[in-house]
Design a protein around this ligand. Sequence first.
Ligand code: GLU
Length: 375
Amino acid sequence: MSPRQELVRRARTIVVKVGTNVLSTDDDRLDSDRIASLAEQIRRLVESGRKVVLVSSGAIGAGMGLLGLRERPKDLSHLQAAAATGQAHLIHLYDKHLRPHGFHAAQLLLTANDFKSRARYLNVRNTLLTLAEFPTVPIVNENDTVSTEEIKLGDNDRLAAMVANLIRADLLIVLSVVDGLLTGDPTDPASRRIPLVERFDEELMSLVGASKSSRGTGGMRTKLEAVQTATAVGTNVMIANGKRPQILDEIFAGEDVGTLFLAEQEAVPAWKRWIGYTLPPKGKLVLDDGARRAVEQQGKSLLAIGVTAVEGDFEKGEVVSLVDLRGEEFARGLTNYDSGTAGRVAGKRADEISALLGAMRYDEVIHRDNLVVRS
Ligand code: GLU
């Protein structure tokens, strides 16, 4: 059995992201046949004992068609109106085609804030876990109608990576209208599909310009960013062509389709995924080389004595980046001190901190349990 066959055989929890262009017909309507075919393939996956969560784009595209908007609107309120109208149609089609297979479509509309707040994050996870007890297929999209510029997740590639992260998926499948990551421009006939990427590196980014999707908001660049997020915490990722009629069947038969990106490490525990890869850091702690070594190589907590500078404005309990003297980020963690207090204790020994702050102080600026090394 090839490594690819072995990997798909073992994958139990799967996130499938479907892009707008996969779901659109040439005349800009939702492709009901495509959705029917995906529903059937998903049934086979679930029957084989796998858990599947869909992340589906297509709301704005469908809404444009329904509202008679020829061009993608530029302003947020028209995009939101299109999304509100299109989302109903999108979920209706999924439900219609899942029902004959005995499944219900379960709709989850999420925003960036749902991933930042621990309570909301856990609520989403609990909902997904509970849905798995029933014959449902959870279908996630961004809650476009309430997402304003500041809180937008941006694109569904990123959303899919965050959902994969949330449920600790073994495999994230990104269905697009390209065959996978190519060696060159998709319009160049000399470009070849890269079947396997064993280790993600920045050079891969240079293979894709600033390519952008025509109807959706993604492109190969955002896909690679999603790949990076997912592989870093232990999820394998496949980018494949969703226009191929039996693409999910092909993938799970271990056929040589798409580009498979291997996870970089064993699955990272859920709490650490949230700290290290979900929350945006609110500030920085600059560490001397001894502290970097202690944290990175010796599994130690971060003590104040190793902190040389504090940047940003943060509260106790928020996520901060740990950077070295050259400014390179190598870890993140939940800080025990707000930025003002962290600045006062930086570089001090425990007895000096006691003298300064009294009994109510922590020995560590960041406890090991709340610290994630990212390098
Ligand atoms: N949420 C958008 C939609 O459903 C898609 C965003 C994207 O294309 O990535 O239309």
